[in-house]
Design a protein around this ligand. Structure first.
Ligand code: HSE
Length: 428
């Protein structure tokens, strides 16, 4: 296979320009590794007349990404525009209909349309690769699809949104609150155009849903994920959790159970001396558990020009080498329609309550927990000067439903001030 591989690249933002840069600067290296030239035929972006710091005049310019996807002189449509629907989806569908392989970084599009696109692509003998869509530069898709192909995957976990991890670790390190750090992220340009994608856990949830599909052989199912962002994480919880040996992370967990597929993305406590607990700043970490291999930890940059472009290039190289993998690691028509289950796997919980400081208050809370079948492991009442006593409880492992039952009952005791905070503890 010696003829050049011809690319059409749609989207010339940070990642698109990073891909162009690697293709220009590492032409010889990539040719050595693939045995063929990789050429850019045409490009497309929203604005043509913009200084991107690199000459684009050797490539044909297409105003419309759909026109780019239709060109007979491209082999791969490289979709780096982003967006769940709209031009990205239309152009991707068009590219597949016109017989092109697709490389994309678009987690939102794949989380919502990945199964349909995979079916369409595989029916036509084509491939869709998306290493850059999950955890930026970390080769997690290739690890799961290829490196762990001989394993039953038992669990997938990960911190996969760098912005959230930055906010949470900075709250801990500097004692600043969520609002101040959210603003700092906005000023630093860390936030997605719709910040709720980041802080609402949606971006990380999209990524987890793609990993679940490969890990468990199921059709991508983002809509049934239990999803909670970091907006309600308070400095007090960060500090109290730290005092008890934990860190708070926006953690994704996906596992197949007898009841169905559990997928949740939510703020959780993890031991501070664990690999996840020690993860600082914008870094990502994915934990993959296989029945043969045990646990493996993949850690690295989850965003940014170099890391994300590196992942895009790895997919282009894969296709250039002639490797043709199914989108989700097995033929799309064999992926099972997922039976989703609400989390039922037991875990310990951290509960923070503000109690009226009067005789019997704590006993009432302990009674309610006991009646719901929730057993207390550790408990502590900490410094207070007024009539409100802050109390922390760490429970033994309990099913979430028992905890929910207790949380419903606690306000009826009449000894509570405000709303209790409850966070799951994942002992990774
Ligand atoms: N906004 C994401 C993050 C990167 O902060 O990790 C792109 O998914």
């Amino acid at each position: 296979m010696t003829h050049p591989l011809r690319l059409g690249i749609a989207g010339l933002g940070t990642v698109g320009m990073g891909v162009l840069k690697i293709l220009q600067e590492k032409q010889a290296l990539l040719k050595r590794r693939t045995g063929r030239s990789i050429e850019i035929t045409a490009v497309s972006a929203r604005t043509k007349d913009k200084d991107r710091g690199m000459a684009l005049n050797e490539y044909t310019w297409e105003e419309d990404p759909v026109k780019l996807a239709q060109r007979d002189d491209i082999d791969i449509f490289v979709e780096l525009m982003g967006g769940q629907e709209g031009p990205a989806l239309e152009a991707t569908k068009t590219a597949i209909a016109r017989g092109k392989d697709v490389v994309t970084a678009n987690k939102a599009m794949l989380a919502h349309h990945g199964h349909a696109l995979a079916l369409q692509s595989e029916e036509n003998g084509l491939v869709i690769r998306f290493e850059a869509a999950v955890a930026g530069g970390i080769p997690v898709i290739k690890s799961l699809t290829e490196g762990l192909a001989g394993n039953e995957i038992t669990r997938v976990m990960g911190v996969m949104n760098g912005t959230c991890n930055y906010i949470l670790t900075q709250m801990q390190a500097t004692g600043r609150g969520y609002d101040a750090l959210f603003k700092e992220c906005a000023d630093l340009g860390f936030l997605e155009a719709d910040p709720n994608l980041d802080v609402g856990g949606i971006d990380a949830g999209h990524k987890l849903s793609l990993l679940s599909s490969i890990a468990f052989g199921t059709q991508v199912n983002f809509d049934k994920m239990e999803l909670e962002g970091i907006q309600r994480v308070e400095l007090e919880d960060i500090e109290q959790a730290a005092d008890m040996g934990f860190r708070i992370k926006l953690l994704g967990v996906s596992q197949m159970t007898e009841r169905g597929l559990e997928q949740r993305m939510s703020p959780c406590l993890v031991p501070q001396n664990s690999p996840l607990g020690e993860l600082e700043g914008g870094t990502n970490m994915v934990v993959l558990e296989g029945d043969e291999v045990g646990q493996i930890f993949l850690r690295g940059a989850g965003a940014g020009q170099g890391p994300t472009s590196s992942a895009v290039i790895s997919d282009i190289v894969e296709i250039a080498r002639g490797t043709r993998l199914n989108t989700f690691g097995q033929p799309a028509h064999t992926l099972q329609k997922v039976r989703s289950a609400l989390s039922f796997t037991p875990a310990p919980y951290y509960i923070r309550l503000s109690l009226l400081d009067k005789p019997g208050a704590l006993a009432k809370i302990a009674t309610v927990l006991g009646q719901a079948g929730v057993s207390i492991d550790r408990m502590r009442q900490y410094g207070h000067e007024d009539k409100i006593a802050p109390v922390l409880i760490v429970t033994h492992e309990t099913v979430p439903q028992a905890l929910d039952q207790a949380l419903l009952q606690i306000p009826t005791t009449g000894v509570l001030d405000g709303t209790p905070v409850a966070l799951r503890i994942e002992n990774v």
